[in-house]
Design a protein around this ligand. Structure first.
Ligand code: SF4
Length: 583
């Protein structure tokens, strides 16, 4: 039996129920978005008692399927005002799945704003306890105390920024060595957790029965096909790009393409790119005794993560991945990896989304609060968030809020969420994804960079404004399904290029669930998820006017290509036309 755990933060009760039949085959994003759409009034305040926070491991999470330890977190977002799903790769996702937990739904909220609890889960059920001295802690200190008190217990937690209900706060999970470093970062879900009075979920999977697999033979066939594809593709194979250089290999690639947003999206090239690139990170890790080829959870073939060491060889932070290095580096004009590592450490400790933090810091620099490139000033500004000073509370609510507070027009957000590390004026398809995803600006929602820059899954000219709606729609649909399986998005490189890898992904799902889905069924499921999400957003007040770029990108040219964002509105709206039919 797959279980649904309902946690009521108003009366502090925990109920374990059988997962209703309607949700039987769902996992990950499919399950979080459907539960949010079913149970949260679209006009509810994101930080109020009627919002619900949902956690769901993916369909194959907890099995031996490679790179499949993802957990989705869903709610109405305080950053965008729309539906949100963000996911993280973490051993705690695997633990929950092995305990038979399909979803945890957090309802209500305590009457007192400063009351915090921890939810303790084990194979027999769960209970809420007062967080006592765990509340208010930075997440490194929190993780150390949890380990000291409960041993190697998996956790899902919110940091000081989330406790203070800042819309830049993410949900933090432990990595393989119990670092607080794996984030469902986007959309302010850490603030929803804080508003629920939930400091953390502590997971003890001792004696867990494991994931029930309906068709072992089919599962093994699929697992073999997918593993072979991952071991073959040059980007995902052991010794391949992601394994040796990490995701920050993209820094030089995007810089070369003129699509690396620099100094608050005022240029597509950064003169300091090579100093913060994946190649430099890997070489420095080798010299100092850091680590590349690290894994966020057991069972990953790709192993894209890393551990950064200080000059004296001591561990500093995990991990320096592309988005964080770009956001807190190039986008702020900072080219020193030790400074960037410290900024990432502060984000991990405070419970902040590194992307939103970097986009916000750059907006603050634009406003004159610090000079571009001033790393020490960036560190001081970011520390204000955790402290909750008045300025910290402005910054902690994200780039759009900060831009409004200081009267700026160059604010790179869509639906209130900061743009990630690909400049839409130089990579026009990813702009269509930013504009039309129900999540706000989100590169993971439909990664057109694959065909536009990396020649994966086809080839498209990144500077051409036409033909991008179909590419974005197809990738958004495929991603919505992938986000439901529990697989890491980075398997996409292999399954887009190697048909047997895609078959293997679907077969492992069929093996677990006892279904007989085809590739077309996967597409239909992805489409259904997006329609559910878009229909929630429409009920919350979103229209096609919200699927538009920030105006400055329409008239301000971006060096080095000197282009504006010229994808026509009619092209952008073709995505919505496919994805807005009623459920
Ligand atoms: S590829 Fe990277 S992010 Fe994905 S599961 Fe492996 S280590 Fe985690």
């Amino acid at each position: 039996m797959r279980k649904l755990v309902r946690v009521n933060m108003t009366d502090t009760t925990v109920r374990v129920e059988e997962l209703p039949e309607k949700y039987r085959f769902m996992g990950g994003r499919w399950l979080t978005s459907t539960l949010v759409a079913d149970e949260v009034p679209a006009t509810a305040h994101p930080l109020g008692p009627n919002n619900r926070l949902v956690f769901a491991p993916g369909i194959v999470t907890g099995t031996a399927a490679p790179s499949s330890g993802r957990i989705s977190v869903g709610a109405k977002s305080p950053l965008t005002g729309g539906i949100k799903e963000a996911n993280a790769g973490t051993p705690v996702a695997q633990s929950l799945a092995r305990m038979g937990i399909a979803a945890i739904v957090i309802e209500g909220q305590p009457e007192e704003n400063d009351e915090f609890f921890v939810l303790k889960l084990n194979k027999d059920g769960g209970e809420l306890e007062r967080a006592e001295d765990l509340a208010g802690l930075g997440l490194y200190e929190f993780a150390a105390r949890v380990q000291e008190r409960f041993g190697n217990t998996g956790f899902i937690a919110t940091g000081p920024a989330g406790e203070k209900r800042m819309a830049m706060a993410g949900v933090c999970c432990n990595d393989t060595e119990f670092r607080p470093s794996r984030y469902a970062g986007r959309g302010g879900l850490g603030a929803v957790m804080g508003a629920k009075g939930l400091k953390a979920i502590l997971v003890d999977d001792t004696g867990a029965p494991g994931v029930c697999i309906a068709n072992e033979d089919l599962f093994r066939v699929g697992l073999r096909k997918l593993s072979d594809a991952l071991r073959e593709h040059p980007i995902t194979r052991p010794g391949g790009t992601l394994n040796t250089l990490g995701t920050a290999a993209l820094i030089n690639v995007l810089n070369e393409a003129g699509g690396l947003p620099t100094r608050n999206f005022s240029s597509g090239r950064f003169e300091g790119a090579s100093r913060i690139a994946g190649e430099t990170i890997a070489e420095t890790a080798r010299q100092r005794g850091g680590k590349t080829g690290h894994s966020c959870h057991p069972g990953c073939i790709i192993r894209c993560s890393n551990i950064w060491a200080r000059q004296d060889g001591s561990e500093h932070v995990s991990c320096l991945e592309y988005e964080s290095v770009w956001a807190l580096g190039a986008n702020c004009g900072i080219d020193d990896l030790d400074t960037i590592a410290e900024l990432i450490w502060i984000c991990n400790d405070s419970g902040l989304d590194t992307i939103e933090a970097g986009v916000t810091l750059a907006v603050a620099m634009e406003a004159g609060l610090a000079a571009f490139g001033d790393g020490q000033a960036a560190i001081r500004l970011l520390r204000e968030c955790a402290l909750g000073t008045p300025l910290g509370r402005i910054l902690g609510n994200g780039a759009a809020f900060t831009g409004r507070a200081f009267g700026l027009t160059r604010v790179p957000t869509v639906k209130g969420q900061g743009m990630p590390a690909y400049e839409p004026r130089a990579v026009k398809g990813i702009g269509v994804t930013y504009l039309t995803s129900p999540m706000g600006a989100d590169h993971t929602a439909g990664y057109t960079v694959a065909p536009e820059i990396l020649s994966v899954g086809g080839k498209a000219d990144p500077l051409l404004p036409h033909g991008k709606a179909d590419i974005s729609t197809n990738l958004q649909v495929a991603t919505a399904f992938l986000d439901s399986t529990g697989y890491c998005l980075f398997i996409a490189f292999a399954i887009l290029d190697i048909p047997a890898g895609f078959e293997g992904m679907v077969e492992t799902c069929n093996g677990v669930l006892g279904t007989a889905w085809s590739g077309e069924d996967a597409t239909a499921i992805g489409t259904q998820i997006l329609r559910t999400e878009r229909s929630f957003n429409e009920a919350a007040g979103f229209t096609r006017a919200h699927d538009r770029p920030p105006e400055f990108m329409r008239y301000e040219t971006l060096p080095p290509h000197n282009q504006v964002y010229d994808v026509p509105d009619e092209e952008i709206d073709r995505v919505a036309a496919v994805l807005t039919e009623s459920r």
